[in-house]
Design a protein around this ligand. Sequence first.
Ligand code: 5GP
Ligand code: ZN
Length: 112
Amino acid sequence: MPGPREDCLFCKLVRDGDHIRAADGFVAIADINPQAPTHLLVLPERHVDTFRDVAEFPPEEAARMLAFVAATAAESGLTDYRVVVNVGPGGGQTVFHLHWHILGGRPMGEEL
Ligand code: 5GP
Ligand code: ZN
């Protein structure tokens, strides 16, 4: 398993950040610039560049990641919410350590 990347912001937050939840190789943190009353980020503890790399995940790890996203939303009291992954610069990705946005606490319309 590759180690943390020294130059990766989210590898640093995996080590030193405030974790809302951590289990099973995944952590949830609060987004520093929330776009909704609840805006969480779920990331794998190990460094993974983008969602594209999920194509090579062992199926069991991919399943555990999805379950962690859903459990994080549920434990945060959300029933209705939006899950977003931005993939690559053209997809709006700005931090190149895979993360899932969980957005909720307001009606989610067209805007992110
Ligand atoms: P992306 O644009 O890559 O999909 O999402 C990156 C997210 O990381 C943005 O929503 C941004 O607000 C969040 N972010 C950037 N820097 C930090 C930070 O230092 N701490 C936290 N908790 N979130 C951050
Ligand atoms: Zn990283």
